[in-house]
Design a protein around this ligand. Structure first.
Ligand SMILES: *Cc1c(COP(=O)(O)O)cnc(C)c1O
Length: 396
């Protein structure tokens, strides 16, 4: 595999010792040519062994943490099934995610439902299928459970203030930890069992020390909720594990080691279950996109390359998830590189996937590889402009 089209950038300083990991494709250009002959392009290639290795690395570094893969990141069966086979459980937010998980082999007792604001239909469909762990973060959601599913186990979600996460998942959901004891008491008065506290430090959380900050707050809330009568027995530390894009991130085992130390320091004295809901950190690196140059032109003095995949497809993560995907050209080391614009296939001028990566002069028909395409890519792709969503192919 040749080196990437742009030199990878070092990650932000985290103040903790660690090895760095960079993004890399799960297949070679030779394999990509072979697969593209067979399946066409664009194609997302999922490496089962990469996925399973990530799961095993996480488990080895966090042996006491049960993994509930967040299906939101990618609910394709080619991601869900290997994770099921490796021993993971799953976090679902909707009936369709639940159905994908069932198809992959998970049973409802291996699922938790983590959407704090559920429609009654979503709640009842998942309940009727057998899910018994549901999330709340306010009185209104407590009342939904009281009315429709009073016998479930309640997960109370705390809002998390994190500093190094690219995507804030607490602006919309999670109660202020200060309000948690009152909510736990209210739920208890209304007959519900609050058995779990959860939080999410935010997605693409670059610094594991953010977990320590939140764990310290969560421990305070935990003790106060127990004092308020909540039968707490599970701590859910959410997701947030980062993946390398054009910027490298901390190695997974170093990241988990810091997290493990923080868990010991904050909750180590309690005989409780600890669970996590990694999405991106579990699946992102297992997938590589094969896309083809379908046109080129020169506009405003710059070469423009048009791909058969763009921001309405697998590059949707660029828009919704701020992901800075690295484009890899086979000729990157043999032809001189220059500034260029790389655009997607739709008629929308906004459909541009890169403006700041230097690439060699590309010919129409050439393939590009885009690593770290597993999380928040196909999951948020649309068929806009009548174009097909990239097909998914599994290897090894
Ligand atoms: C999105 C989400 C996750 C997964 O987050 P990642 O940053 O992809 O690990 C986990 N739990 C909940 C409740 C989420 O909303």
């Amino acid at each position: 595999m040749n080196s990437s089209a742009t030199s990878a950038v070092l990650p932000v300083r985290t103040g903790v010792d660690h090895a760095v990991r960079f993004s890399k494709p799960v297949l070679s250009f030779d394999q990509a040519r072979e697969l593209s002959r067979q399946y066409g392009t664009p194609t997302i290639v999922i490496s089962k062994s990469t996925l399973t290795n990530t799961y095993r690395t996480m488990k080895a570094a966090l042996p006491n943490v049960e993994m509930f893969y967040a299906a939101k990141a990618n609910s394709d069966v080619s991601i869900l099934r290997p994770l099921f086979q490796a021993g993971s459980s799953v976090d679902v937010c909707s009936y369709r995610e639940l159905q994908s998980a069932l198809l992959a082999g998970f049973s409802p007792d291996q699922m938790i439902h983590t959407h704090p604001c559920k429609t009654i239909q979503n709640l009842m469909d998942c309940y009727n299928e057998g899910v018994r762990w549901f999330t709340v973060d306010c009185s209104g959601e407590i009342d939904k459970l009281v009315r429709y599913t009073p016998d479930v186990n309640v997960i109370l979600r705390l809002a998390a203030a994190s500093t190094s996460s690219l995507i804030n998942l607490s602006a919309k959901f999670g109660c202020d930890p200060v309000d948690a004891p009152a909510l736990a008491a209210e739920a208890g008065r209304k007959g519900l069992k609050v058995r779990c506290l959860s939080f999410h430090v935010g997605s693409q959380c670059l610094n594991p020390e953010d977990f320590r900050t939140m764990l310290t707050r969560a421990r305070l809330a935990w003790d106060q909720c127990v004092a308020a009568g909540a039968p707490l027995e599970v701590l859910d530390i959410g997701g947030g594990f980062p993946a390398p894009y054009r910027t490298g991130v901390m190695s997974l085992s170093d990241y988990c080691r810091h997290l493990s130390t923080a868990l010991d320091a904050t909750f180590g004295d309690l005989p409780i279950r600890i669970i996590a809901e990694p999405g991106r950190g579990m699946c992102a690196e297992a997938a590589t996109l094969i896309t083809r140059v379908v046109g080129k032109s020169v506009r405003g003095g710059l070469p423009w390359y048009f791909l058969d995949e763009g921001i309405y497809g697998s590059f949707s993560g660029k828009l919704f998830d701020y992901s800075d995907f690295e484009l890899i050209a086979e000729a990157a080391d043999v032809r001189p590189r220059s500034a260029c614009i790389v655009a997607g296939p739709t008629c929308d001028s906004h459909d541009v996937v890169s403006t700041d990566q230097e690439l060699p002069d590309l010919e129409v028909g050439e393939l590009l590889l885009v690593p770290t395409m597993g999380a928040y890519t196909s999951a948020s792709a649309s068929g806009f402009n009548g174009l097909d969503i990239a097909r998914v192919v599994e290897i090894d």
